[in-house]
Design a protein. Structure first.
Length: 151
């Protein structure tokens, strides 16, 4: 059983809801180029979550879906809207979390993006988390597409 299905089953069995699940964290990258290189060495896409401090939907996506994927070896990092910390973009240029998300035209938190060679998006973005019952299936579909295009 894959990580998404296990997370859904565990959450349903434990009655987890936003705000009641144990807090998970995803790393904030210092260099997207290095993170992408590491992901590609594993023949996997780099998954990037755009988050917003205090967002309950972001917490649900991070804790119930992305943290379990990361624990199983899928490269996943988090960028935060409004955050002014600097990182190196895919081309090595310094940029802040907020400026990069704006450049990518990310307007909704959470948004999950999937990157492959050259920093190109390799699957459709997963925007929002309004229907948690189907979120795992939507995420798995995009991840499968991204993995096929990255392998």
């Amino acid at each position: 059983m894959n990580a998404l299905r296990r997370a859904l089953l565990a959450g349903a069995c434990l009655g987890l809801a936003p705000g009641r699940s144990p807090a998970a964290t995803l790393p904030a990258p210092r260099s997207l180029a290095r993170e992408l290189d590491a992901a590609l060495r594993l023949k996997r896409p780099l998954v990037v979550m755009a988050s917003l401090d205090g967002c309950p939907h972001c917490r649900l996506v991070r804790d119930s879906f992305l943290a379990p994927l990361r624990a199983e070896g899928q490269p996943v990092v988090q960028l935060d809207m409004g955050r002014q910390d600097s990182l190196a973009s895919f081309d090595g240029q310094p940029v802040t979390h907020d400026a990069l998300l704006r450049a990518w035209k990310v307007r909704v938190a959470p948004t999950v993006l999937f990157f492959g060679r050259g920093g190109a998006e390799v699957a459709e973005r997963l925007v929002g988390a309004a229907i948690p019952d189907f979120y795992g299936a939507y995420l798995q579909q995009r991840l499968d597409t991204a993995r096929q295009r990255t392998a």
